[in-house]
Structure formats: C-alpha cells, structure tokens
Write a protein that binds this ligand. Structure first.
Ligand code: SF4
Ligand code: SF4
Length: 598
C-alpha cells in the first residue's frame, strides 16, 4: 500500500446498532446538500422496513452535516487526507475496513503499537486463517487463492499458502483473561493438560510462570494477574509457528512482565514467530525485534505501517508522523519528557506517617516513615501482593497498625485494580451521587476523558478501556484528601494513558490534594509522578514500603534488582531499556547508573 497525496480517500461509516430511521425519519437524507441537488450521496434502500441508509462515498463531499445532525451519533465521515488502494478486508458498505496487515517474520518478535479499534483483532483473525480477507469485495466471501495471488512476490504470501495448505499452527493469548472462568471453570492443571500430555514441558512452563501453587485451583478461584499467567502458559504450551499475545502485561507487575519477556525470547526459534500487541512501551521496546504501528480511526478504518526498528517505530508513533509512509497519524506529539511541572507544587504537608508494621495472617508489612505533600503525586512501584493496599488502609485508619494507632483522619478515594461497579447503573448515575464534586467533573474530567459519548450507557456495556476511564473519573470526582489509583493504565492504549495521566495531574494540582498511583508501566509512572515509593518483598509473605524518594533514586534501586539498565532516548527523552550485555548496559552498570538520570 503506497498512499499518494493526489486523491483523498473519504470513508463513511454508519453504526447499524445506533441508527434508528424510524425515530428520525432519515434526517441525514433530508439534510444532505448533494441529495438536495439530486445526487445520491445518501440513499434510502428500504423505508418500509426502516433499514439504515447507505452513504455513497464517491458522491459525498465530506461537508460534515449528517454526522452532526444524526440524533444517535450513528455516522462518521472521515477525510483521511491520503489516497488508499482497495482494502484487504471490508465488513460491508459503510463498515470498518482494514487496508494493510502486520507481517510476522520467522525467528522474530514483532511488536504492534497503536490505538484500540484500529483493526488489530481483524488482523489477528486474518493472519491466523480464521477470516479469509475479501480484498474489499464485501459482498463476496473471501477466496484464499485470490489472496495468495494478491500477495505475489511479498513475504506474507507464504502465510496464506500455509493457511490454504492447513500448515499454519497458531496460538493466541486472549486479551480479556478475566473471561477465562466463563469458558473453562475447572482446575488449571486440567486446562493445561488439554493442551499437552508432555509432562516435562508442562512442568517447565508451570515452574517458569510460578504456577505451582495455582494448578490445583479452579480458574474462578484465582486473581486477574494469576489468570494472565495461566493464559500465557496455555498459549506457549501450544506447538505453533505463530504466537499472538494480546496485551500480556495487564495485571502483571514489572518483575513478572520482564520475566515473561525473557521467556518469550527463549520460545523463539527459526520456525516460529511471535506477535505482541502491547501498550507498555518500555516492555515493547525491551522485547521486540521490530515494530509496526497500527493506526486509523476507531471502528472506521485501520492500517499497518511498514516494519520499523523498535526505536524508530516507537519514536515515530510518539511523534505522530510516519516518515517513510509520509502520513501524519496524530496532530500532536505524545510527550514522555520526564520534565516535571513544578509550578503550583507546594511543600505543604498532607500527612506525615511514622514507621510501622502490620501483620495480616501469614503476611507481614514493614513501613518506613514518610511524608506526602499536598498537590503531590507519588508513584508506587513494586511487586503485586506486597502490601500496597494494606499500607493505604492503615493510613486511612480503616485498619490498625500492629501496636500503634495511626489514624491520619484522611479521607481516601480509591480506585481498585479490579473494578467492581454495579453493572446495571448508567455511567451518569455515578456522577450524581452524594460526595461527587460535580463542578470539577464537568470542568476538568468529563471532556478530557471523552465521556460524553458513553455517559448514558450502562456500565455493563462498556469496553475495558471505557470502564477504566469511568472508574478513574469516578475516583477523582469524589471529595477526598488522598486519591489512590491502582493500575489506572490497564486496558488503555498509549494515547489514552497520556490523557489519563494529564487529567490526574490537573485534578491533583487544581484541588491541592495528593495521589498515590500504583502502576507497573515504567513510562507511565515516570511521566505522572513527582516522587516514588518503592515496595519490595515476597508476594503474600512480606512487604517493605521504603521511604519516598526521587524517581531516579527509586528507579535506580528497582532496576538494579532486575539487572536492567535504562538510557534516555535523545529525541523523545523517553527511557529506553538497554539490551542485556550491550556496551551501554555494561558501562552503566559499572557506574551504578541503572537509570540514566541518577
Ligand atoms: Fe437517522 Fe442517523 Fe440513521 Fe441517518 S444515520 S437514519 S440520521 S439515525
Ligand atoms: Fe451528505 Fe456527505 Fe455531507 Fe453527509 S457528509 S451530508 S453524506 S455530503
């Protein structure tokens, strides 16, 4: 696909689920200027049955009137600014279309970066042989021989030949691991045994992914992070030549993310390839051989960039401009400058807490003394199950420390890692509750998080990313002194992560309140935090909350433990992991400079 700037492709999408001609009496048709001039830019096909209209893209002038007038927000008109050739696959007239595919390569890990809704699921289905692309002829069924012809002379042709000859073995790790118990609610060992009888292989993956204590539990009895590891194990146990892992880092702490990155590299050989869709850029950067960027407009169209080196691909994605393709994918750059806005910051103390300990059954938490300032965001870094929530509960006076009364009288607003909001409520119901700062919600949160489109939707209808945004908005809109947000980046793509970080920063600054942010995305924590609190320990056995330090000090300590060094990318200023054993890695280790700013 080589776009030129001579002719533009205009894309018209009608969401058939939202379109209600009976209620609007085809308003779009009545207001369309070309229709008024006698051109069939919008056609009504069957008014008796109130079927949705169709928009003929070649006759539409892109005036933008119908999407604005449609009372149900069912129309999108996109002037792409470039001319595309025919799509690889189109689902129907005025429906989503995919223009190009990522291209996995044997012995390599391909990282896919991009927006949610840009067609990665369609691409996975095509590359795995579950969907034979129709090459844009949406009224016909896909024909694999035509596809093979279409890709003549390209590396990816072999993929389709293998699909035709049924020689492609494919393994896929689903994105929504929390749905596994609905599909298989039995012992985890039974799930894994369904995949292989090879005892040795089974034993190794159970050990590698620390599943020993879980295998005799049912899938419904384990946490999201544990389910994630089970899903990864089930995927890697398969004897496949294409592995596809969709967001493997969700619910995993950094140690686990890095450990699995190493396991993935071990899995590679000359006969297989791995494709990762990932929004944690530090991990993607660390593990991928090259990246491809999937971009487009949500639910309208998507395409994949050419292959790029990991550095170049991530930098171009952040910049919002793909050089080789000469395409702007965003009109602003995403910043990970690490430069902290110090204006409005005060050193006014919100809370000073003493050294304390807390025992909960077999688990023991040790906390060093510390101080949190007003208008300050403290990033919390460390393994899961080392006492982060216990720490907060003690500060809030919800539970007592061992032999000590520490009631700070702080009012806490908490967004848990696993969001549990009544599924029958409408989003709008949450923001009319008592204790909600409605003015703040309307002025600082609602628009920035783009909640307008979903404000009257039911909680149960929201996607993972939408639910995350609603939960963050709900937490920040409550009247409180201290906001605790546990994994606010989960299920969000990179652009959404930057937006959510900016909203948290602006609310905390404006209200002069404080926030503790637990997250495992190193770039996110680096971007959002003023200082960092490091937790160490053995999950579910013991935890140690150290004193709050600068980001550089905390990262240096944490990365040293993981035996990884980070340098700074000169163009985007983002932290980049050095390849293990590289010259830079060795130099930094010698200087005890695991994080570049130390
Ligand atoms: Fe009515 Fe909108 Fe459907 Fe057109 S697209 S018929 S305006 S609901
Ligand atoms: Fe008609 Fe296109 Fe304008 Fe819609 S955007 S009103 S279809 S010309």
């Amino acid at each position: 696909m080589k776009p030129t700037k001579t002719q533009f492709t205009r894309i018209a999408i009608i969401d058939k689920d939202k379109c209600q001609p009976k209620a609007c009496n085809y308003l779009c048709h009545r207001v369309c200027p070309p229709v008024r001039m006698g051109e069939d830019a919008i056609e009504i096909i069957n008014s008796k049955n109130y079927t949705p209209p169709i928009i003929n893209e070649e006759l539409c002038t892109g005036c933008g009137i119908c999407p604005n007038k449609c009372p149900f927000g069912a129309i999108q008109i996109i002037n792409t600014g470039v001319k595309f050739s025919e799509p690889i696959h189109q689902f129907g007239k005025n429906s989503f279309r995919l223009y190009s595919l990522p291209t996995p390569e044997k012995g390599m890990i391909t990282g896919i970066i991009g927006r949610n809704g840009a067609g990665k699921t369609t691409a996975i289905n095509i590359l795995s042989g579950n969907l034979i692309p129709n090459l844009g002829e949406y009224e016909a069924k896909g024909d694999i021989s035509k596809v093979i012809d279409y890709y003549k002379g390209k590396n990816i042709q072999k993929q389709f030949i293998d699909i035709k000859n049924k020689e492609l073995k494919f393994a896929y790790k689903i994105q929504k691991v929390e749905e596994i118990p609905k599909l298989f609610d039995n012992k985890i060992i039974e799930l894994l045994k369904q995949i292989t009888n090879d005892e040795q292989k089974l034993e190794k993956i159970v050990k590698d992914l620390d599943l020993e204590k879980l295998i005799n539990k049912k899938t419904s009895q384990v946490s999201g992070g544990e389910l994630q590891r089970v899903a990864i194990a089930a995927t890697l146990l398969k004897d496949a030549n294409l592995y596809f892992l969709d967001e493997y880092t969700t619910f995993l702490d950094i140690k686990q993310r890095l450990k699995i990155a190493k396991i993935l590299r071990e899995k590679l050989n000359e006969n297989n390839s791995i494709v990762l869709v990932e929004h944690d850029l530090a991990i993607l950067d660390y593990v991928s051989d090259y990246v491809q960027i999937m971009f487009g407009t949500k639910n309208a169209y998507g395409l994949s960039s050419n292959k790029k080196t990991t550095k170049k691909g991530i930098n171009e994605f952040l910049e919002g401009f793909l050089k080789e393709e000469n395409i702007r994918i965003r009109n602003h750059r995403l910043e990970f400058s690490g430069i902290k806005a110090t204006q409005n910051k005060t050193s006014n103390n919100l809370v000073q807490y003493p050294k304390f300990e807390k025992t909960l059954g077999e688990f023991k938490l040790k906390v060093d003394s510390g101080k949190i300032n007003k208008a300050e965001i403290i990033g919390i870094l460390g393994p899961n199950a080392t006492g982060k929530t216990t720490f907060i509960k003690v500060l809030a006076g919800e539970i007592k420390a061992d032999n000590k009364e520490i009631d700070t009288k702080l009012k806490i607003s908490y967004k848990p890692q696993y969001i549990d909001i009544d599924k029958d409520l409408l989003v709008s119901d949450l923001f009319t509750e008592k204790g909600i700062d409605v003015d703040l919600f309307n002025s600082e949160i609602r628009n920035q998080l783009d909640l307008e489109k979903i404000i009257f939707q039911k909680i149960e209808e929201l996607s993972g990313g939408e639910l995350q945004k609603v939960a963050v908005a709900y937490c920040l809109s409550k009247e409180a002194d201290l906001y605790l947000l546990d994994e606010p980046s989960a299920f969000l793509d990179i652009e959404q992560r930057v937006i959510i970080a900016n909203v948290i920063k602006s609310v905390i600054n404006k209200k002069e309140k404080s926030a503790l942010i637990v997250d495992h995305d190193l770039l996110f924590i680096d971007y959002i935090s003023d200082r960092v609190l490091l937790f160490e320990g053995k999950p579910s056995v013991n935890g140690h909350a150290q004193d709050i330090t600068t980001i550089a000090q905390a990262y240096n300590k944490f990365l040293k433990e993981q035996d990884i060094t980070f340098r700074q990318d000169p163009d985007t200023k983002r932290p980049r992991a050095n390849k293990h054993g590289s010259q830079k890695d060795q130099e930094q280790k010698k200087e005890n400079k695991y994080y570049f700013t130390i």
